[in-house]
Design a protein around this ligand. Structure first.
Ligand SMILES: Cc1cc2nc3c(=O)[nH]c(=O)nc-3n(C[C@H](O)[C@H](O)[C@H](O)COP(=O)(O)O)c2cc1C
Length: 183
C-alpha cells in the first residue's frame, strides 16, 4: 500500500547526525529516524536507506555514532542531509571539527551537545530502510548540557527539532512544566 504523503505527521523529531569511519574514510548523514531500544544492554537504533553512502560504510565499520547538534547548527545538519558521500568527501570538503579521540569508533562532532558511540549490534531490513541497532559503548556530553537530574539544560541548549520541508525548530525559553499527576 502506498500513501499519498510521506511520513511527516509525527514530526517534530530531534534531528541527529550519524557519523561513521572506516579505513580512513569518514562520512556523516542527517538522521531523524532514530530511537532508544533498551537500557540493558544499552541499545540505540538508526534507520538508514540502502541508497545512502553511509549504509555500506556502517556495515563495513561495524560501528557508528549518533551526534546531537543544537538548532544553531541546523545549517550543518542540513548540509549533511542534502549532500551524499557518493559525490563528495564531506569531512574533507567542509573541515568539520571533531573531538580528538584516537580510540573513537566513529567521529564525534565537536559541536554536538551529546553523542552516543555505538558498536553495531544488529541490522534488520524494514521496507525501504534498514534499522541499524548499535550498542552504546561510550557517551559524550558537553559540559553543562545536562542538569543534575540528567535533563537537558534548556534554554542553554537548544535542540534541533526537524519539522520536515527543511525547517528546524527548537523549544521555547519557557521553563519546562513539572506535573505530578495532581491538578
Ligand atoms: C533532517 C533530515 C533527516 C534525515 N533523516 C534520514 C533518516 O532518518 N534516514 C535516512 O536514511 N536518511 C535521512 N535523511 C537523508 C540523508 O541524510 C541524505 O540522503 C544524505 O545526503 C545521505 O548522505 P550519505 O549518502 O552521505 O550517507 C535525512 C535528511 C535530512 C535533511
Amino acid at each position: 500500500m502506498s500513501l499519498p504523503v510521506k511520513l511527516y505527521l509525527h514530526y517534530p523529531a530531534v534531528a541527529a547526525v550519524v557519523t561513521v569511519q572506516h579505513e580512513g574514510r569518514t562520512n556523516a548523514l542527517a538522521c531523524v529516524w532514530h530511537t532508544a531500544l533498551s537500557f540493558d544492554p544499552p541499545l540505540y537504533a538508526v534507520s538508514i536507506s540502502p541508497k545512502r553512502f553511509s549504509y555500506d560504510l556502517i556495515r563495513q565499520a561495524g560501528a557508528f555514532a549518533v551526534n546531537f547538534l543544537p538548532q544553531e547548527r541546523a545549517d550543518l545538519i542540513a548540509r549533511f542531509g542534502r549532500n551524499s558521500g557518493h559525490d563528495l568527501d564531506k569531512f574533507a570538503t567542509w573541515e568539520v571539527e571533531t573531538l580528538p579521540l584516537e580510540d573513537a569508533l566513529a567521529p564525534i562532532l565537536a559541536e554536538a551537545y551529546a553523542a552516543y558511540e555505538c558498536k553495531l549490534y544488529a541490522q534488520h531490513t524494514y521496507g525501504d530502510h534498514d534499522l541499524f541497532v548499535g550498542e552504546i559503548v561510550r557517551l559524550h556530553q558537553a559540559e553543562g548540557a545536562f542538569g543534575e537530574n540528567r535533563v537537558l539544560n534548556i534554554p542553554q541548549v537548544k535542540p534541533a527539532l526537524y519539522l520536515g520541508a527543511n525547517l528546524y525548530a527548537t523549544l521555547s525559553d519557557e521553563p519546562p512544566v513539572f506535573r505530578d499527576g495532581q491538578r
